[in-house]
Design a protein around this ligand. Structure first.
Ligand code: ATP
Ligand code: MG
Length: 309
């Protein structure tokens, strides 16, 4: 189990993260979600022993990253959001270099490299020069590098950033495979939908503070009481907005697409028809009335807007 405890980091007087408390259970894929500047990288770099906290600590299976950094480094594989470029080395040479740096015994290196390259689908790229790889290939190589010393806990900082849809699907499959292998994974992103189907739990961070955490289902449960309703019309949306704007149970009313209105309904379930009535009374050309699928994106919006406490 990973326990982030009261973690605080000040950069020259600026508090980047404040008293962060997170628990990641063994074997979980944990999504660390938040907008730019929220403090994801700061938290992850502390987890990875690359940055010292101002206060608090991170316990990896009870080992403190502050007091036992060497031990922690054996347990973690960290993939930064940006990594350096090594001009003229091939994929295999690159991995060999890091296998050496991690102190892997020479006689085991070939087997480990073959396993990792097989897992991350790098076999075909064996002799390719690192600089000539595409973004997606580089991402797989960076992930391969973090796996060389067989860490139990993977800290992946925005691994999906900049990948095309196909590469994203492949990354998801790879993360699932790593999870099945028993790895505990913490993966950050500001794109929520990207994580929804692979995360067992998520933590939402904004301005250095955790706003919510738990399984996606449990966060939805907390949100119960708010429904996001979508109205589709053939026109006259201005009149619909005017008709709905005065209702107490309607908030966050917006034109989400042409002829499509969206709003949060906070009234009783069996009174939902009351929002339809003023529209029907005005004979507005309504063709669709449905509850928007509560994806992670809308969940996130409600959390950051303070609907979920
Ligand atoms: N070395 C540093 N010195 C001063 N301030 C920093 C430093 N690193 C980060 N910060 C500040 O700390 C805050 C958190 O930054 P951090 O990089 O952790 O956010 P993030 O959630 O990873 O954002 P992004 O989604 O853009 O990667 C930001 O306000 C940032 O400007
Ligand atoms: Mg970051």
């Amino acid at each position: 189990m990973i326990h982030v405890h009261q973690l605080t980091k000040d950069y020259a007087g600026f508090r980047a993260i404040s008293e962060i408390e997170l628990v990641i259970e063994e074997g979980q894929v944990f999504g660390f979600i938040g907008p730019n500047g929220a403090g994801k990288t700061t938290t992850m770099r502390i987890m990875a022993t690359l940055l010292e906290p101002s206060e608090g600590d991170v316990y990896l299976w009870e080992h403190s990253v502050v007091d036992e950094p060497e031990m922690a480094r054996r347990l973690i594989g960290y993939m930064p959001d940006y990594y350096g470029v090594y001009d003229d080395v091939t994929v295999r040479e690159y991995l060999e270099f890091f296998a050496g740096a991690y102190g892997l015994p020479r006689r085991e290196r070939k087997r480990v490299l073959d396993d990792v390259m097989d897992l991350t689908d790098l076999v075909k790229l064996d002799g390719k020069v690192v600089n000539g790889l595409s973004k997606g290939m580089k991402q797989r190589l960076a992930l391969g590098k973090t796996l060389l010393h067989d860490p139990k806990f993977l800290i992946l900082d925005e691994p999906a950033a900049g990948l095309d849809p196909q590469a994203r699907i492949e990354l998801r499959a790879l993360l699932r495979e790593l999870s099945h292998m028993g790895k505990t994974i913490c993966i950050s992103s500001h794109i929520l939908t990207e994580l929804s189907d692979i995360c067992d739990a998520v933590g939402i961070i904004e301005k250095g503070q955790i706003l919510a955490q738990g399984s996606v289902a449990s966060l939805y449960k907390k949100m119960r009481g708010t429904r996001i309703v979508t109205l589709q019309m053939l026109g006259r949306t201005d009149e619909a907005v005017a008709a709905l704007a005065g209702l107490e149970t309607v908030s966050d009313l917006e034109l989400s697409e042409e002829n499509t209105l969206q709003f949060s309904y906070t009234g009783a379930e069996d009174k939902l028809y009351t929002v339809l009535k003023p529209l029907v009374d005005r004979e507005l050309p309504l063709i669709g009335f449905s509850e928007a699928k509560k994806d992670l994106e809308s969940l996130y919006m409600s959390i950051t807007q303070g609907d979920v406490q």
